[in-house]
Design a protein around this ligand. Structure first.
Ligand code: GLN
Length: 484
């Protein structure tokens, strides 16, 4: 097996035993990027020189016996997290030349844990999308089928892990952007509880929904990444100051006697039959683990998409008001100020971002605020309550991650509503602020990966690691790799 194919924990063991070095791992991953990046296009920027010099530094530390949780591990960052001195584009023309003067908290934490950054990954513009097709830098392709989308908006980060162009990566999830691409690319992705991982330095899309989380090759790696990412940050006002458990301890614990909630509202029309079959098999696997499945109800599920598509654009319209050509990035030439604002925003934003800004501005405007934003916020509270009630009856909830496997590039670009429906099973999690994980649960006949999602109560990421690791061990989903 090549170094680039390994998991974090496998590489950690090799480093500890002196069987490999940070430089060897980094070179292996960079060679892999050279070999497949042209086909997949996971990256907006590959940080070859930075990675090699960071690896050389890491090796000096390793030689001194100073081994950290991610020493020498190649990590890719979604191009929405700020990196000091390195362009951070958010997949947009308007930020194509924006060089942040500071690092996001997660970047600081990963670096302090020994991570080697190999690049910034492609994404839907401002994280608005489900396919990575709205990127100013062109689409990313699904490593399992290059004619298909990898999911989005963190499609580059998911494809990079699936194609072995990094060992693990960072994404952000506002309505499913970690879990949906993880499912479509056949890897593990976790959206932590709102407030668990600092958003300081994450370019804001919808501030009450955004969370940063990891993409990994297995559940143990997800726990390792969460140990690094989670925790209080005084620079972020919604960061929650409670203890972070050692998530790795949860991997391998049994789930005998657990109650697995199956929400009846999630098994309605529109689910692809092969996805449905894989999820039914997953429920059986849980029973083989000694857990018991119980039917639960999340009665406000039918409103989730509508509520999200008021709240997210409303917050986005406000967050994106700052991009006017004055402080950041692109500025269109113009002879007077108002004209400059208009032209900058007209030329700097893509169609989907403009659509969201218009919807959001409308929903927040005087006379409509009560009818739309306020009403949506009230229904959001009911959605949150649904989960609180549900978790009285079960330990975790099991659902499909996505209604279908990866679709074809271009298939949904002309139909925003169809595109929005891709997140039908992931959006409620963000509205409720709870954590969720997606992991592989099988393949379709044509060889596309399918994902199963587990959800837990606030700050119960440990439970998610526990149930996902139990599932992973019992289900023994074939360890296929995409043929690139
Ligand atoms: N696909 C959803 C959207 O377009 C969610 C995106 C996300 O989670 N960033 O808004």
């Amino acid at each position: 097996m090549e170094l680039y194919q390994s998991t974090i924990h496998e590489l950690q063991d090799k480093i500890k035993e002196g069987k490999t070095t940070a430089t060897a791992i980094t070179k292996s991953v960079l060679q892999r990027i050279d070999a497949v990046e042209e086909k997949v296009h996971s990256y907006i920027r590959v940080m070859k020189d930075e990675a090699l010099s960071a690896a050389a530094e890491a090796d000096k530390e390793i030689k001194k016996g100073n081994i950290k949780p991610l020493s020498g591990i190649s990590i890719a960052l979604k191009d929405i997290v700020c990196t000091k001195g390195i362009a951070t584009t958010c997949g947009s023309h308007i930020l194509h030349n924006f060089v942040p003067p500071y690092d996001a908290s997660v970047v600081e934490k990963l670096r302090a844990a020994g991570a080697i950054f190999v690049g910034k990954t492609n994404m839907d513009e401002f994280a608005m999308g489900s396919s990575t097709e709205t990127s100013y830098f062109g689409p990313t392709r699904n490593p399992w089928d290059l004619e298909r989308i990898p999911g989005g908006s963190s499609g580059g980060s998911a494809a990079a892990v699936a194609a072995d162009e990094c060992v693990a990566s960072i994404g952000s999830d506002t309505g499913g952007s970690i879990r949906q691409p993880a499912a479509l690319c056949g890897i593990v992705g976790m959206k932590p509880t709102y407030g668990r991982v600092s958003r300081f330095g994450l370019i804001a899309f919808a501030s009450s929904l955004d969370q940063i989380g990891p993409f990994t090759k297995d559940v143990e790696d997800c726990a390792i990444m969460m140990n690094v990412l989670a925790g209080y940050d005084r620079r972020e006002s919604t960061s929650v100051n409670i203890d972070v458990p050692d998530y790795r301890q949860f991997a391998g614990r049994d789930i005998k006697g657990w109650k697995i909630g199956i929400p009846k509202e999630y098994f309605v029309e529109g689910i692809d039959p092969e996805v449905k079959a894989a999820i039914e098999a997953s429920i059986k696997t849980m029973e083989k683990c000694g857990a018991q499945s119980v039917e639960i109800s999340l009665p406000h599920t039918q409103y989730c998409l509508a509520v999200y598509y008021i709240i997210a654009p409303a917050e986005a319209s406000s967050n994106l008001a700052r991009y006017d050509g004055v402080k950041y990035g692109f500025r269109a030439p113009a002879s007077e100020l108002l004209d400059m604002y208009k032209k900058t925003r007209m030329q700097g934003f893509g169609a989907e971002v403009k659509r969201r800004i218009m919807i959001g501005t409308y929903a927040l405007s005087a006379g409509y605020y009560d009818a739309y934003y306020k009403k949506a916020s009230q229904v959001r509270a009911l959605i949150k309550k649904d989960f609180e009630e549900a978790f009285k009856k079960c330990d975790v909830i099991l659902t499909p991650t996505t209604p279908t496997p990866a679709f074809k590039i271009g298939e949904k670009t002309d139909n925003p509503l169809q595109m929005y429906l891709s997140d039908i099973f992931t959006i409620s999690t963000n509205l409720a602020g709870i954590p969720g994980i997606s992991l592989p649960c099988g393949f379709t006949k044509s060889g596309l990966p399918v994902g199963v999602q587990f959800l837990a109560g606030h700050f119960q990421e440990g439970k998610l690691i526990q149930v996902a690791s139990a599932y992973e061990r019992k289900a023994q989903i074939e360890k296929r790799r995409p043929k690139l």
